[in-house]
Design a protein around this ligand. Structure first.
Ligand code: ADP
Ligand code: MG
Length: 700
């Protein structure tokens, strides 16, 4: 059955092919259905009519009722504008047009009572409203019963072709008045048990709300539906993947794990670590391939958890590997892990770009024969010459630095997909993780080991530089080391290097040799020089390291307890948090000092405030999501948000998303192929929307 909603917009009264084309080009709207799902971005309470004497420029949108007294043209040929003086019984205001002047004079006349709607502004010391929406007052009252008027996004091009928000609204009204009841898109049983309103009611009310309450219910229903179908398709793909790839079954927890747990751990695991290890053990024994994301702040003990997971693999006769994004990090992991496993009869080796050839051959041989149990390394692990005997578990640290294809190469090194555990210290808000990494299971370590002193964060303006230097001198006297970090933003790279260099020179002047020693590290240095400077600092021979964000990932120097971030206003929240995570690793009180200029944008100020207020990475990630919207969250830029949300908002609808996910999960648990008659509709609509189904392989 063909419905009016399947028709193209160009056949609607008053549109025509040319304007329809514009609508498609500008907003991607082609069919009537597209228009019905083009939701308002806000509503304006039009129950109130203002008096002209009440108008001031702080108001956003207002409506007034009165008459045009006269028109006049102002300005030269090309900059002509049309002004109408509009009056009610309390005063006068000017209405101004810069475009479509003829159309306006033809369509609006003096002495008819109009409702004028728009945003007042001060222009040439006079109050005016530019390009207002105008309607005949008497007509308006019958046409627009709803006090909440929907507002739609438009573009300049559309507006100049008279596709204002108002016009779009009217078109939608036209479609709705010609449509019979819209076909339902959710099964009855869901509508009943979740007490949702019908699609028909929801669509009509979202565009023309009968009341505030109905508007709320309409938005709820539409958001739920949107999130529900996304989750249903994600979860369906996940179950399909799990059915297609059987996982190795690690049924036992044996000597390696138990000995380690009983004799090697000098401390209790935190509750969060225990919980995550249980989650991992359950996965590994399930017969399904594990695909888990492990999130936790820097220093929360992820590496330890990863190590224990590897021991389970070993206990079941499999090899494990850990891949890190940089050589420095791989080195660090290797040192930590081999330290923990000393004299346990577990063999661990390191493979990076700098591993010598002779060592490599020996390593390859041990790996193939199975005598090597754990391999730690960088991208070098991906080389074809690296062949495992039986790789059962892959740990990937800081995943978003690896490309998808690279990761795929890693898990093809096994006759069957190995289990995968991805660790990241970039906290991703739950809502985002559930959609972005929807087919990964997510574990969270949301607790730091006991005894850590929270890092103190301080914000200083430029003028406090001397105070800062005094503070740094004191810290050095106490035996601590200091990072000073400068931003490096690609577009202004040259200027940034100048700032770094000047900053370095200033620091050296304030902390001169021989009493003090300062090193400088940045991405343009030769890697040997960089490594040498780094090592100098690691060995405690330098007091201060001036650097760009190259130190963001991984460096672990417990004695470095002060992080100074220059031009802090130029960093994003997640990057500030990552940088701060470089300190606070030892027993001493650590500090993070955010230096900024006086001129701060509202958002930059908010970011700095948040940093000063909290150390909690998840809180920061949530705040980041709210400030910037999901498209910009670090770690997601490369993958992007793989779908457009039309009405739901990941930063606000977390609970509803969880609810939608649980609902979808419940349905699939009972009917994984969606074969039951009551799920026919779901199956049909999922297939119909197949083109929007996300290719998750490109993400996890
Ligand atoms: P992450 O990988 O999350 O940054 P690590 O696993 O490197 O964290 O742990 C950071 C430090 O804390 C290491 O020195 C580690 O040995 C120590 N650590 C880990 N778990 C605990 C714990 N439960 N109690 C005390 N110290 C811990
Ligand atoms: Mg770590």
């Amino acid at each position: 059955m063909s419905q009016i909603t399947d028709q193209e917009i160009k056949y609607l009264k008053g549109v025509g092919p040319k304007r329809a084309e514009l609508l498609e080009k500008e907003l991607g709207l082609r069919t009537c259905n597209d228009l019905l799902y083009f939701f308002p971005y806000k509503y304006i309470d039009r129950s109130r009519i203002y008096k002209i004497e009440e108008i001031n420029t702080t108001q956003t949108y207002i409506q007034i009722k009165g008459k045009i007294t006269h028109f006049r043209l102002e300005g030269q040929r090309h900059k002509q504008r049309l002004v109408a003086v509009f009056a009610d019984d309390t005063g006068k205001i000017e209405l101004v047009w810069f475009q479509g002047l003829q159309w306006v004079t033809k369509n609006y006349q003096p002495d008819i009572e109009y409702i004028v709607f728009g945003k007042p502004a001060l222009y040439n010391y006079k109050l005016s409203i530019a390009h207002p929406e105008i309607e005949i007052a008497a007509k308006d009252e019958t046409l627009n019963r709803s006090p909440f008027q929907a507002q739609y996004n438009s573009t300049e091009k559309l507006k100049s072709n008279f596709f204002t928000s108002r016009a779009v609204h009217k078109l939608i009204g036209q479609i709705l008045s010609q449509s019979p009841v819209l076909e339902e898109t959710l099964p009855d049983y869901l509508i009943n048990t979740l007490m949702l309103i019908s699609l028909d009611k929801a669509i009509r009310n979202v565009h023309y709300p009968e009341s505030q309450d109905m508007l709320k219910r309409a938005v709820y229903r539409l958001k739920f539906e949107e999130l529900f179908y996304i989750q249903l398709s994600i979860l369906l793909q996940k179950t399909r993947r799990q059915a297609a790839f059987k996982g190795f079954v690690f049924s036992r927890v044996g000597d390696n794990f138990n000995n380690f747990y009983k004799t090697r751990l000098a401390f209790e695991l935190t509750g969060a670590q225990k919980k995550v290890i249980r989650e991992i053990r359950k996965d590994l024994g399930s017969g399904k391939q594990m695909n888990r994301l492990l999130q936790g702040d820097v220093g929360s003990g992820k590496t330890l958890v990863a190590l224990m997971a590897m021991l389970i693999a070993l206990d079941n006769g499999y090899q494990a590997c850990l891949m890190a994004p940089t050589e420095l990090l791989a080195n660090q992991h290797f040192t930590t892990i081999s330290g923990f496993l000393e004299n346990m009869g577990v063999s661990v080796l390191l493979l990076t770009g700098s591993t010598k050839r002779s060592e490599r051959e020996n390593l390859h041989e041990q790996l193939r024969s199975g005598r090597l149990h754990i391999l730690v390394g960088t991208h070098a692990l991906l080389e074809d010459s690296v062949q495992f005997n039986n790789l059962g578990l892959v740990i990937i640290d800081e995943q978003h630095r690896f490309g998808v294809a690279q990761r795929a190469r890693l898990w093809k090194k096994s006759e069957q997909y190995p289990h995968i555990l991805v660790m990241t210290a970039t906290p991703i808000p739950r809502t985002l993780a559930m959609t972005l990494y929807g087919d990964l299971d997510v574990s969270v370590i949301d607790e730091l080991p006991p005894g850590r002193k929270p890092i103190q964060t301080i914000h200083h303006y430029e003028s406090k530089r001397l105070v800062l230097h005094g503070f740094l001198r004191n810290q050095i006297k106490l035996g601590r080391q200091i990072y000073v970090v400068y931003p490096l933003i690609r577009e202004s790279e040259k200027l940034d290097y100048i700032a770094l260099e000047e900053g370095y020179e200033a620091i050296v002047r304030a902390f001169p040799p021989p009493e003090y020693s300062v090193v400088c590290v940045h991405g343009q240095m030769k890697s040997e020089d960089k490594e040498a400077a780094m090592q100098y600092f690691i060995r405690g021979q330098a007091h201060i390291m001036v650097a760009t964000t190259v130190i963001e990932v991984g460096v672990d120097i417990p004695n470095a307890s002060v992080m100074v971030i220059e031009n802090a206003e130029r960093f994003g929240l997640s990057q500030l948090h990552q940088l701060r995570g470089r300190v606070g690793r030892g027993a001493d009180q650590s500090y993070c000092v955010l230096m900024s200029s006086y001129k701060l944008s509202k958002e930059a100020r908010r970011r700095i405030e948040i940093m000063v207020q909290t150390n909690d990475g998840f809180e920061i990630a949530e705040a980041d999501l709210k400030l910037r919207g999901p498209g910009d969250i670090e770690g997601t830029q490369q993958s992007g948000i793989p779908f457009d949300l039309k009405i739901a908002n990941l930063s606000q609808d977390g609970q509803l998303l969880q609810y939608a996910r649980d609902t979808a999960m419940n349905i699939l648990e009972q009917d994984v192929r969606l074969e039951k008659p009551e799920n026919n509709l779901l199956k049909r609509l999922l297939n119909k929307n197949a083109k929007t189904v996300i290719d998750w392989s490109s993400i996890s």
